[in-house]
Ligand binder design. Structure first.
Ligand SMILES: [Zn+2]
Ligand SMILES: [Zn+2]
Length: 476
């Protein structure tokens, strides 16, 4: 009896270690490595052109403590103090921290306020004029002028960009649609200024960005509601060309009609409204002017994109802007009718996919939003989900979502991945592969053990006396 008891104990011990073996690495992966992987590239480097024309500037971080780096070396860490930087000959800078520390250096200086959601840095040009930015500020000197780059979390960047693009008085669903378009634009143009060593500039050349002063709680809500969502072009699966304009005049025109070139399946000409009703932009315009909206369709009316010939340019009233993609007055009119953010996006960029992403590392971790991409838009009425992308990915990994596994291993779009991002994706793919292999091995061992158990049970049933010979059999 004793050897059998031992086998049973061994079996229990094996089961226990198997459980530890399978579940422990899975948990570690989801909580630790994945978090690093996700956090690695959420920042955009924005050139602050408006403040990059002075030879002396003052920096006042709004946080308890701060760190200053010169190149990659930390030169200050402690209580926050006013920083004065002056450009001098030979691309050198004079740096003064508070009233004590003063030094001269070349290269770049990075000011990092302590990590806090409310921290920012005030850049003072004079006693009266200043700008405030979230994130970190890098300063370098070129031809006796200070050049400033702001590394900012893309969602914080959008908090300042969106109110420059759409009035904060617009309905929330229109603001959300505008945010998705602006976020997609930022990701698509991530390499716009690669040769200048930053991602985007702060002027209308990229998207107008002026920092905290422009933020408005109403547009910030739209940014939060649509967190990390962008549109992908249907065929290439790259961030879509989410162009938008102020008012289409009643009919949108195709990208070909506006700019020539190849046809773009989601930038087609069509009536900006529902047959039998005035266009959405007619109502959107009246919405902003606080005029009567009578005769407006409601959200029960089915949305149909009736494509017009490629070079058609008809309109019903004066337009404003290029008339391609999303009509902003139209989006406002749609939201006023009760249509959701996803319905607005589907109407102005038909056939695109809505995905959640982690900036720069998008392809490896994006999750397709089924509610947007299902042909029958039943769930499209729902407002944008507020679940943050990190927990969505973590959940998906816990359930071993096959989409995650395939997208991690078959990552495309290398142009928007940083080198470190690529390495991390590779590493993550390897980890997943190894984990799958380990699980396979464990499964095999489990099977083997079952066979062993049956063997033992059979021996027990045929009541063989426990002799050294049977002991041997059991051991095998
Ligand atoms: Zn630019
Ligand atoms: Zn319109």
């Amino acid at each position: 009896m004793k050897p059998l008891q031992n086998t049973f104990n061994k079996y229990l011990f094996f089961l226990f270690s198997l459980a530890t073996f399978i579940f422990l690495p899975a948990k570690l992966f989801a909580d630790t490595d994945l978090r690093d992987f996700l956090n690695s590239d959420k920042f955009l480097d924005i050139a602050l052109t408006k403040v990059s024309k002075y030879n002396q500037l003052f920096f006042i971080p709004a946080s308890e403590t701060m760190t200053i780096e010169a190149g990659n070396r930390q030169i200050y860490s402690g209580k926050t103090q006013k920083i004065t930087i002056q450009a001098i000959k030979g691309n050198q800078m004079k740096l003064q921290i508070g009233s004590e520390k003063s030094l001269q250096l070349g290269g770049s200086v990075k000011i990092i306020p302590s990590a806090d959601t409310t921290s920012y840095i005030q850049i003072k040009l004079s006693q009266r004029t200043s700008f405030s930015f979230r994130g970190n500020i890098t300063v370098f000197s070129k031809n006796s002028t200070l050049k400033i780059i702001n590394s900012v979390f893309i969602e914080d960047y959008l908090k300042s960009v969106v109110p420059s693009e759409i009035p904060p008085s617009a309905p929330l669903q229109a603001i959300e649609a505008q945010t998705v378009a602006a976020r997609t634009y930022a990701i698509r143009n991530f390499n716009q200024h690669k040769k200048d060593n930053y991602n985007l500039c702060d002027s209308v050349h990229c998207q107008a960005y002026t920092g905290i002063a422009k933020e408005d709680s109403r547009t910030t809500k739209g940014v939060v509601n649509s967190i990390a969502r962008i549109l992908l072009a249907p065929s290439t699966k790259e961030p879509a060309n989410t162009v938008y304009h102020s008012n289409c005049g009643g009919y949108l025109i195709s990208s070909q009609a506006a700019w020539g070139g190849k046809a773009v399946s989601y930038l087609v000409g069509h009536y900006d409204g529902i047959k039998g009703y005035k266009p959405f932009c007619y109502f959107g315009n009246r919405y902003f002017k606080k005029q009567s909206l009578s005769g407006m369709p409601d959200k029960k009316q089915k949305l149909v994109v009736g494509v017009t010939p490629p070079y058609a340019k008809q309109k019903l009233f004066p337009s404003s802007g290029h008339r391609v993609g999303m009509c902003q007055d139209g989006a406002t009119g749609m939201a006023a009718c009760g249509y959701s953010c996803t319905q607005i996006l589907k109407f102005y960029y038909p056939g695109t996919q809505l995905v959640k992403l982690n900036y720069g590392l998008s392809d490896s971790i994006r999750l397709i939003d089924d509610s947007y991409n299902k042909p029958k838009g039943t769930i499209a009425d729902k407002p944008s989900a507020t679940k943050d992308p990190l927990s969505a990915i973590t959940d998906a990994l816990k359930t071993k979502d096959p989409r995650i596994l395939t997208t991690v291993s078959q990552t495309k779009q290398p142009e928007i991945l940083t080198k470190s991002g690529k390495d991390m994706i590779k590493e993550a793919a390897e980890r997943i592969k190894k984990q799958q292999e380990r699980e396979k091995e464990a499964e095999k061992a489990k099977l083997k053990n079952k066979v062993e158990e049956i063997k033992t049970e059979t021996l027990k049933k045929i009541k063989l006396p426990v002799t050294p010979a049977t002991k041997k059999v059991i051991k095998k």
